[in-house]
Design a protein around this ligand. Structure first.
Ligand SMILES: Nc1ncnc2c1ncn2[C@@H]1O[C@H](COP(=O)(O)OP(=O)(O)O)[C@@H](O)[C@H]1O
Ligand SMILES: O=P(O)(O)OC[C@H](O)CO
Length: 496
């Protein structure tokens, strides 16, 4: 038996999974690591935590499976995207903590660049918006704020990378400074059409281009691990950002296919094929995957609060002890009350991108209670997904009748998935294998290694666990969505 080791380095935990040659999971390792919030709106990770949890979870997965390293053919890596690291090329020592994708410290820099009319250039080249979410302004912040960093960068002594690059650097003992096209596409420094770093954007942000990693296809030879780490050198053959890896793991290989991942937040990616579609509705244009030099593009919508609204019911309001209780509560809600929760706890993401909004509840009566709040919380996830779908439909005519493929922790809630289908007016499919992100990374590496089948056969193996079809009458769907839109409008206008 041969295996692929998939590393999934996420925002709150690192996981490693060993997949056998039939895609069955033979062993898993998982570790959480500390989040650092040095100031309001700032989020950092210790780069050493990202690396050591990776190493330890890989070893734990091998141990759990009882598999020796000789049976591991290759490694695939998937990772939290946009998170920004800078380290010394000679010593491998980072010059600063990793600045996490959620960090808003560069909001003033982004505003001034926007005011100067630079967003058009950014969107035209990178497909992104000029937002602190992406790596570019975080890297500029490090160069501007860490003493001596700029001079060292200009002298060629510092390397920049997203988390994949940092892990590969460490796995290969500093031999490889590389990334893949999907991670590059999230930096706001990469021209997704020409497939090259943007000289114009780097110059504007004052970023020396010798800091940037070499960009490769998602299934490529990224480097070999140092033999002393696992007992043998193992090639790293697959890399993709986590949402893109989920798109691959969900086998969304045809234009018009779409996946949506419901974890803490929600990220929906729609495959638009070989043409990058420019959004008129504030969605992101990004790279879904790049294989054999061929780039496949996607439209992406990001929602900041999905499962997090359930965590708020539990930890903030104390209405439930466990996420799974929400469905039972929601089912008891009074059908006559229309309570709407807009969970803009940290502003609104796509398609609104309103950083100033905060959460709001509408339609409370004297009879509203935990059941109505639970229902409103779960429904908010469906309403927000409909917002994304509406934007995608407006941007691109190729969005067909295909079902939405879902994954992530919140898809365990049948109630939420049924409402999602009802409010979208479209089928929703939950796959049998929910580990789509790790499986996507494993497929990239295993396909390159020649132990996994090609795209078509891999796609044919995708199997449904549950399908949810719309059951809500059309007039009710329209009325309920119109109420949601009014609630969002009021939330945004309240923020001023
Ligand atoms: N049965 C459930 N009903 C509703 N929400 C759930 C349920 N199970 C898990 N969740 C939510 O799913 C999220 C966890 O999903 P996960 O994919 O592990 O997230 P992440 O990768 O972002 O940490 C949590 O926010 C949790 O509240
Ligand atoms: O680590 P996750 O699963 O929260 O995903 C984070 C995204 O990649 C951020 O863009």
């Amino acid at each position: 038996m041969t295996y692929i080791l998939a590393i999934d380095q996420g925002t709150t935990s690192t996981r490693a999974m060993l997949f056998d040659d039939q895609f069955a999971i033979a062993g898993t390792g998982q570790q959480e690591f500390p989040q650092h919030f040095p100031q309001s709106g700032w989020v950092e990770h210790d780069p050493a935590d990202l690396w050591t949890t990776t190493l330890e979870t890989c070893r734990a997965a091998l141990k759990a499976a009882g598999v020796g390293i000789d049976a591991v053919t290759a490694i695939g890596i998937t990772n939290q995207r946009e998170t920004t690291l800078v380290w010394d090329r000679a010593t491998g020592v980072p010059v600063h903590n990793a600045i996490v994708w959620q960090d808003r410290r560069t909001a003033p820099l982004c505003s001034s660049l926007r005011d100067a009319g630079f967003e058009d250039t950014v969107t035209a080249q990178t497909g992104l918006l000029l937002d602190p979410y992406f790596s570019g302004t975080k890297l500029a912040w490090i160069l501007d704020n860490v003493e001596g960093a700029r001079a060292r960068a200009e002298a060629g002594d510092l390397a920049f990378g997203t988390v994949d690059s940092w892990l590969i650097w460490n796995l290969t003992g500093g031999a490889a400074h590389v990334t893949d096209a999907t991670n590059a596409a999230r930096t706001m420094l990469y021209d997704i059409r020409s497939g090259a770093w943007s000289q114009e954007i780097c110059a504007r942000l004052n970023i020396p281009m010798q800091m940037l990693p070499e960009v490769r296809d998602c299934a490529s030879a990224f480097g070999d691990t140092m033999p002393e780490l696992f007992g043998r050198a193992v090639p790293i053959l697959g890399v993709a950002g986590d949402q893109q890896a989920a798109c691959v793991g969900q086998a969304c290989f045809q234009p018009g296919m779409m996946k949506s991942t419901y974890g803490t937040g929600c990220f929906a990616l729609l495959n638009t094929g070989s043409d990058p579609v420019r959004s008129n509705n504030r969605l992101l244009t990004t790279i879904a995957y790049q294989l054999d030099g061929q780039t496949t593009y996607a439209l992406e919508g990001s929602i900041f609060v999905a499962g997090a609204v359930v965590q708020w019911l539990r930890d903030g309001l104390g209405l439930i002890d466990d996420a799974a209780q929400t469905a039972g509560l929601a089912g008891q809600a009074d059908p006559g009350q229309e309570v709407i929760l807009v969970p803009a706890f940290t502003g609104l993401g796509a398609p609104y991108w309103n950083a100033e909004s905060r959460g709001a509840v509408f339609g409370l009566t004297r009879n509203s209670g935990p059941a109505e709040m639970a229902r409103a919380a779960l429904e908010s996830v469906g309403f927000q997904t409909r917002d994304l779908l509406e934007a995608m439909q407006a941007d691109w005519s190729g969005l067909g009748e295909t079902a939405l493929r879902v994954d992530g922790g919140m898809t365990a809630s049948d109630w939420t998935m049924q409402f999602l289908s009802d409010i979208l007016g479209a089928p929703v499919e939950r796959p049998r294998v929910l580990e789509t992100t790790a499986m996507g990374a494993a497929w990239l590496a295993g396909h390159k290694a020649g132990i996994y089948p090609g795209m078509e056969e891999f796609a044919a193996r995708w199997a449904v666990d549950a399908r949810f079809d719309p059951a809500m009458p059309e007039d009710m769907r329209a009325a309920r969505y119109a109420t949601w839109k009014r609630a969002v409008g009021a939330t945004i206008s309240f923020a001023g």
